[in-house]
Design a protein around this ligand. Structure first.
Ligand code: SAM
Length: 282
C-alpha cells in the first residue's frame, strides 16, 4: 500500500499490467506518489473545482489529485492498456473519477465537468504545445478553465514565461501572457520519470486573467506575432512586409521603430500593432 491512498505502489501497478512506456504516445511516467501529490498541490485548493487531466497513464498524478481533494477528475487517456488500472482508482474514489478513453484534442471538458475547472497534467510532449495553444486561444475569454498546471520539457516552460530580449521570447510567451499569468513552480530532473527523458522538465502554473492586459483582436494579434517571429532576426519592416501596403506607417502608428526586431517588442507593442492592422483591415 502507498502512503497517499490504499492502492498499490505504482511500480507494482506497472508490472502487474505490463505497462511498458510507448514513445509514440509520449509516455514518461511519474512513479513517486509524494511527487505527484506535490504537483497536484501546485494547482491550489482543489476541493471546489473539477479537474481535467490529460493522459493519466498508470494514474500517479490522478491519485495525487484525488488524494489532494479534487471535487471530480476527468481523466482522458488514449492508451487502452491503462484502462483497467484507472478503473481500480475509480473504484477507490466512488463518484469522483471519470475516465474517458480517447484523444484529448477531441474532448470538450464541458460535456463532463462543471466549472470552475482546473487543468492539471503531465502532458505527452508530442501534443503538449498544441493543447496549450488551444487552451490559450478560445473564441471567448475568460476561458472554460481557471488555471492550467502543466508539466513540459523545461525548454517549452521557458518559452511560456519568457520576457522580451531573451532567446526564448516568442509566440508562446505572447499568447500566454496577453490573457494569463504564468510562472514556473517546479523543476524535475530526468530521473523523476520512467523512462527518463533526455531533458529536464518543469511545471508551469498559468492563471486566466478576467480580461486581456491590452485590447487587441485575437486573430490579428496571432497573425502579427506569427509573422514577426517567423523571421525573428529581421527588422520588423522586412518581417512584416506584405501584411499591408504601408508597413512602415503601420509600425510608426503603433509606436514602434521599423528597424526594431520582434524579440525586443513588448506585449503592449504587439497589441498596438494588432490594433494598427485592424484599422487598415476595417
Ligand atoms: N500522467 C501520467 C504520469 O504522470 O505518470 C502519464 C504522463 S505521460 C507523459 C503522457 C500520457 O498521455 C500517456 O499516458 C499517454 O498515453 C497519454 N496520451 C498521449 N497522447 C494523448 C492524447 N492525444 N490524448 C490523451 N492522452 C494522450
Amino acid at each position: 500500500m502507498s502512503q497517499i491512498d490504499g492502492l498499490p505502489p505504482l511500480r507494482d501497478v506497472i508490472a502487474t499490467y505490463d505497462l511498458r512506456a510507448k514513445k509514440s504516445l509520449g509516455q514518461n511516467f511519474l512513479l513517486d506518489l509524494n511527487l505527484t501529490a506535490k504537483i497536484a498541490r501546485q494547482a491550489g485548493d482543489l476541493s471546489g473545482s473539477d479537474v481535467l487531466e490529460v493522459g493519466p497513464g498508470p494514474g500517479g498524478l490522478t491519485r495525487g489529485l484525488l488524494a489532494e481533494g479534487a471535487r471530480k477528475v476527468l481523466a482522458v487517456e488514449k492508451d487502452t492498456r491503462c484502462l483497467p488500472v484507472l478503473a481500480e482508482i475509480e473504484a477507490a474514489y466512488p463518484g469522483r473519477l471519470e475516465v474517458v478513453n480517447g484523444d484529448a484534442l477531441e474532448i470538450n471538458p464541458l460535456d463532463h465537468l462543471t466549472p470552475p475547472i482546473r487543468v492539471v497534467a503531465n502532458l505527452p510532449y508530442n501534443v503538449g504545445t498544441e493543447l496549450l495553444i488551444r487552451w490559450l486561444t478560445p473564441k471567448a475569454w475568460p476561458p472554460v478553465w481557471d488555471s492550467l498546471t502543466l508539466m513540459f520539457q523545461r525548454e517549452v516552460a521557458e518559452r511560456i514565461v519568457a520576457t522580451p530580449g531573451s532567446k526564448a521570447y516568442g509566440r508562446l510567451a505572447l499568447l500566454c501572457q496577453w490573457r494569463a499569468d504564468a510562472r514556473i513552480v517546479m523543476e524535475l530532473a530526468p530521473e523523476a520519470f520512467v523512462p527518463a527523458p533526455k531533458v529536464r522538465s518543469a511545471v508551469v502554473h498559468i492563471t486566466a486573467l478576467p480580461e486581456p492586459r491590452y485590447p487587441a483582436d485575437p486573430k490579428l494579434l496571432e497573425q502579427v506575432v506569427a509573422k514577426a517571429f517567423n523571421q525573428r532576426r529581421k527588422m520588423l519592416r522586412a518581417a512584416l512586409k506584405g501584411l499591408v501596403p504601408d508597413t512602415e506607417d503601420m509600425l510608426l502608428e503603433a509606436g514602434l521603430t521599423p528597424t526594431d526586431r520582434a524579440e525586443t517588442i513588448s506585449l503592449e507593442g504587439f497589441c498596438a500593432l494588432a490594433r494598427a492592422l485592424e484599422a487598415r483591415r476595417g
